[in-house]
Design a protein around this ligand. Structure first.
Ligand code: FMN
Length: 174
């Protein structure tokens, strides 16, 4: 499917509703709730079986997804602020809680679950600035360089700070 051209128009989200989806172990969408479809503009048929990159916005740095997948593959849940692209080219910023789904008998990872909600304008401004910097570094020097920049940025905030807990912190603070 052709990716839509992004337009500079934000979708206003209902702070009381969550955008929820689930995937299999490979990251293919197996479930999307009504609000996911309403906001993204895609139908259930268009979403099921697709990877979530169907809503990937070109303003998102690769390093965020690299860290996301590395963390999930290690068996740890993670939160992240994400900018998504709707089918009509508009965008929406969300705070996303990614969770691993395990087989209750074997403990094996059988898929993932994501629950997304609105965040304050203030958080969006801080994160948008950081992501812009990371994206610019990726374009000129690649993803290893943007990861180094991000690690240095986090180190400046404190010794134990990593991507996962800065996202928690940001969310709690603002
Ligand atoms: C449960 C789950 C939900 C996800 N939700 C999103 C999402 O809303 N937006 C997004 O861009 N990527 C999301 N991803 C990450 C995508 O799998 C993918 O890594 C990302 O879109 C970058 O695409 P790429 O890996 O093809 O570059 C999600 C992953 C999982 C496991």
């Amino acid at each position: 499917m052709q990716k839509p051209n992004p337009i500079d128009e934000e979708i206003k989200l209902d702070p009381k509703r969550y955008i929820v989806s689930e995937t299999d172990a490979k990251g293919k969408i197996t479930y999307a709730n009504d609000y996911f479809m309403e906001v993204s503009g895609y139908t259930q048929e268009e979403l099921i079986g697709q990877p979530h990159s169907i809503v990937r916005h070109p303003d998102m740095p690769k390093v965020v997804f690299k860290l996301l997948w590395e963390t999930l593959k290690k068996g740890k849940n993670i939160n992240a602020v994400v900018k998504n692209l709707a089918k009509d080219g508009r965008y929406y910023w969300i705070f996303t809680e990614f969770e691993i789904r395990r087989d209750t008998d074997t403990g094996e990872i059988i898929g993932y679950h994501a629950s997304r909600k609105t965040i304050s304008k203030h958080v969006i401004e801080i994160i948008a600035e950081l992501y812009k910097e990371l994206l610019a570094i990726e374009k000129s020097e690649g993803v290893d360089a943007s990861e180094k920049y991000l690690i240095a940025f986090l180190k400046e905030k404190g010794d134990d700070v990593n991507f996962a807990n800065i996202m928690e912190e940001i969310h709690r603070f603002y």
